[in-house]
Design a protein around this ligand. Sequence first.
Ligand code: 2AL
Length: 164
Amino acid sequence: MITLHNFNQLSPDAALVALQPCVAIPNWAEEVIRGRPYPSREALLSTAERLAQRWDRAALTQALSAHPRIGENPPGAESALSRQEQGAVNNSDAQLAAALRDGNARYERRFGQVFLIRAKGRSGDDILQALNARMKNSDAQEVQVALEQLREITMLRLEGAIGE
Ligand code: 2AL
């Protein structure tokens, strides 16, 4: 975690490194950085959120490259945040783990991309229920739902990356 003051002072390259774990959409990070200096953390968060409202399907596809499947729990430093967020499904019981694997596969066949959900604060059962409900969405609806989840994940990560 770095302070807002610190974030305001970083070189553009170093600021990009600071934002990199939040979401794999470099254009968003560059725009957030261009908005510096921010007078308050609230100002930073509200600009970041407003810029995230512009994301479209292409941005979603770009971001998904950095989000492991729910329940996959991959090793490696770049997945550390995902592992924390998915705490409720790490080491989940075998039945839930199998249901999530099956759900992920059905979702990917239906929508052609990884099922994305803000996992922090959700149990494995909540996640499975949400997946099944979202299977009924149209393609266009589902892009919007997934983008909202991506915004939530990104904002939680940004709140964790930059403090007062
Ligand atoms: C994730 C992830 O990495 N963090 C989170 O909240 N959800 N992945 C996913 N496929 O939904």
